[in-house]
Design a protein around this ligand. Structure first.
Ligand code: LLP
Length: 442
């Protein structure tokens, strides 16, 4: 409540200790079971300078997948030698940027990228360390849109059809590229150990085959991210300890059975680091009861700040923050503020009597909410507050209407005919000068 009053709504709230504890759990559980481990935070889940600083402070490395994420990591002071550059469609300028920054590894998605990295590294007189992203041909039981391990995927180089072996041979021929390891990521929001274990078997078989065929020694094996989190009471995710307990012995055994040296184990959790640390606060703007049909509770945010319900049929738990001690009395569906019927935040959830002005808190919104937010309908992207020990700090400012028009350019030929419209826009600003759009009671 105090946060909603102080910063306005919608508001992303991130619990700093929850992020730190998740980082620590990953390091503790894996490092205690395997000799050489690097935990990379998959920053696509949530990237801001403050978040990058926290995970770096906790000793994690960073998986970035665009020039924008790389820039944020560097501006936050993350050491380049702990940055891994992913992405299936890197541009020339992104590769150039990453080479100049001296990042740790390129996680290479295809042959064209390999060729380009070699070319650009050559021009700079560098040798780039690379890991090849492979598709092991594994189907994880998760939503169709977040499966990535199968052969028919836009990501990675396929193992079963021989492409992966050709890529290893090619990488070994290149003078300005050093192939250090292999990568796979089977999917996201995974609740079982089985796909990870299967991936280890397939990747270690391939490492043996590639060693026999080319002499390639896999120094590191990156098995991606994907550990599921608890969005609702019905979810029963694995703990980090469960995952480490399954993966570490499996990899030790797989290396021994294939007479391969132990690779460094790389893991790339995103959602499992920040997902449960996030809560979004909204203000209720309307309650519409359609007798015998449904009650819609409309809030001041929606698919623009959380597109996951519309995209993946994601489910969330929610409470009324100002009535948290009251028992549920009704079943309602939470509707967003975008001009789109699919813009819903939750279906059929139990809440106490909802009234206009109540503050709705939706849990587990730390991952893939802010990072996937848009300005659809020209809604403003919310602010983000970081909370710790009863304190709060703003880590992302709320956008303003001025931000919306800052990058708009009006060609000269339109200016004269629209002068009068511009004048009326100016007078509108006089009437409503703050133009922040936030629902704040301060
Ligand atoms: N590594 C790679 C190569 C990835 O592609 C991803 C996620 C991760 C690591 C981190 O996965 P995580 O631990 O967060 O599951 N927008 C979707 C999720 C897309 C995941 C993309 N890749 C969602 O909201 O569920």
């Amino acid at each position: 409540m105090a946060l909603a009053r102080r910063y306005g709504t919608p508001l992303y709230v991130v619990d700093e200790m929850a992020v730190r504890n998740a980082c620590r759990a990953h390091r503790r559980e894996f490092e205690s079971r395997y000799p050489r481990v690097r935990i990379l935070y998959a920053s696509k889940a949530l990237m801001t300078k403050a978040i990058a600083m926290i995970v770096a402070e906790e000793g994690l490395s960073l998986d970035v997948c665009s020039g924008g994420e790389l820039y944020t990591a560097l501006s936050a002071g993350c050491p380049p030698d702990r940055i891994y550059f992913h992405g299936n469609s890197k541009t020339l300028s992104e590769i150039d940027f990453a080479l100049s920054a001296g990042i740790c590894r390129f996680v290479v998605d295809n042959m064209d990228e390999l060729r380009l990295i070699d070319l650009l590294a050559n021009a700079k007189g560098l040798v780039a360390d690379v890991i090849l992203r492979l598709t092991p041909g594994i189907e994880a039981h998760t939503h169709e849109y977040i499966k990535t391990g199968q052969i028919d995927s836009k990501f990675g180089i396929a193992i079963p059809n021989g492409d992966a072996l050709r890529a290893v041979k090619y990488a070994k021929e290149l003078r300005n590229v050093k192939l250090t390891g292999l990568h796979c990521h089977v999917g996201s929001q995974i609740f079982e150990t089985e796909p990870f274990l299967h991936a280890i078997e397939v990747m270690m078989d391939f490492a043996r085959e590639a060693c026999d065929a080319t002499g390639f020694i896999m120094e590191e094996l990156d098995i991606g991210g994907g550990l599921g989190v608890r969005y609702t009471g019905g979810d029963d995710p694995l703990s980090v300890a469960d995952l480490a307990e399954a993966i570490a012995p499996a990899l030790l055994k797989a290396a021994e059975e294939r007479c391969l040296p132990l690779p460094t184990l790389l893991m790339e959790p995103g959602r499992a680091i920040v997902g449960e640390a996030g809560t979004t606060l909204y203000t209720v703007n309307a309650v519409k009861h359609i007798e015998g049909v449904r009650t819609y509770v409309t809030v001041d945010g929606g698919m623009a700040d959380n597109p996951r319900v519309a995209l993946y049929q994601a489910e969330y738990d929610a409470v009324l923050a100002n009535k948290a001690d009251r028992p549920p009395t009704c079943e309602v569906s939470i509707a967003g503020n975008c001009c789109e019927s699919g813009d819903m935040l939750a279906w059929d959830i139990a809440l106490p009597d909802v009234e206009v002005g109540d503050i709705l808190a939706i849990f587990c919104t730390g991952a893939y909410n802010y990072s996937m937010a848009s300005n659809y309908n020209r809604h403003l992207r919310p602010a983000m507050a970081l909370v710790k020990d009863g304190w709060s700090d703003l880590i992302v400012e709320r956008e303003t209407y001025e931000d919306h028009v800052r990058k708009d350019v009006v060609p000269d030929r339109l200016k004269s005919s629209h002068r009068s419209a511009a004048v009326s826009a100016e007078s509108a600003m006089l009437v409503y000068p703050r133009a922040s759009g936030a629902n704040a009671s301060e």
